[in-house]
Structure formats: structure tokens, C-alpha cells
Write a protein that binds this ligand. Structure first.
Ligand SMILES: [Mg+2]
Length: 169
């Protein structure tokens, strides 16, 4: 079990439909807060909507698994109507399995995208699926978040070393 994500992008939509298809993804489980939109945006923006449409076009299913509450998730998902799980309790994996069942995907062809190593990446790897990490869109500056970022640093450095080695092959 590792905390190092399989993939990293600067924004969610850099993980294009083409890319996801190329790595054998048929379903993507999405964190919402700071992955797709910052906390204060109640609704998905144009970029989120068009990216999700491009995934759908290529036959990739999507679902939301968020640790945030019911109102946040239901409002965000109001028009998208994707399978959505709130108060998901990541890194616990119960709702990740539920999302896979709803999407009809398996561990091999499902990926989880999120902005936090100790909830999103850990949850994915505890369930045995791949993880794609994006930096938080708008990082909170409270002491706990700052402390978590410090803990994440060595893991991100490991990712950088690993991907450098991989590109040398
Ligand atoms: Mg998040």
C-alpha cells in the first residue's frame, strides 16, 4: 500500500478523456471540494460541465464521492445527476465500492481523482484502485490543512522521483 498517486495533473481537466481511455479507465470517482471547484462554488462551472460531457462521450462513467454533507453534494450534482455519495468518510472505502457498483466498473478500470493524499489517494489505494492527484484549487490556510500539506511533501517528492525514473525508461 502506497500513498504515492499513480498520476498527477495541475487541473482536473488535464486528465482528458483521451488520456483516461489510454490508461484503461471506464469509470472515474470524483472528489468535489478543491478538486473540481473551491468550497465556495456551490455549482459546477463550465469547465467541469464540458469536461464531464467529454468523458461521457467517450463512454467513461463518472460519480461523486465526497466527504462533504448532503446539501453541498446534492446541489452540486443537481443538474449532472451522477451517482453521488456524501459524508463518504474517505479514506474508508464503502462508498467507493458503492460508486463502482453503480457505474458498473471494476477495480482495474476505475480511477479516483482528488486533491488530498490522506483522504483521496489513501482511499483509492485501500480499495485497490488507481489515484490521480490534483493540487487543491484554493487551499485553506487553517493550521490543520497546513500541517497536512507538510506531511504530503515527502510523498509528492517521491512521486516526482518515480515519474522522472519512469520517463527515463
Ligand atoms: Mg477535496
Amino acid at each position: 500500500m502506497t500513498l504515492i498517486p499513480e498520476y498527477r495533473f495541475d487541473t482536473f481537466d488535464e486528465a482528458s478523456a483521451d488520456f483516461l481511455v489510454s490508461i484503461g479507465v471506464k469509470g472515474i470517482i470524483l472528489d468535489i471540494d478543491n478538486t473540481l471547484e473551491p468550497y465556495e462554488n456551490a455549482l459546477p462551472g463550465e469547465r467541469v460541465i464540458s469536461w464531464l460531457a467529454s468523458l461521457k462521450e467517450r463512454g467513461i462513467s463518472a460519480s461523486f464521492v465526497s466527504n462533504n454533507g448532503r446539501d453541498r453534494v446534492m446541489l452540486f450534482n443537481g443538474k449532472l445527476k451522477l451517482p453521488a455519495y456524501y459524508k463518504a468518510g474517505k479514506p474508508f472505502t464503502k462508498n467507493i465500492r458503492r460508486a463502482m457498483v453503480r457505474m458498473g466498473t471494476s477495480r482495474d478500470d476505475t480511477i479516483l481523482m482528488g486533491d488530498q493524499i490522506f483522504t483521496d489517494v489513501l482511499a483509492a489505494h485501500l480499495e485497490g484502485i488507481r489515484a490521480v492527484l490534483v493540487p487543491p484549487i484554493k487551499d485553506k490556510r487553517d493550521p490543520i490543512t497546513r500541517f497536512k500539506r507538510i506531511l504530503e511533501r515527502p510523498i509528492l517528492e517521491k512521486y516526482e522521483r518515480k515519474s522522472k525514473n519512469a520517463s527515463r525508461l
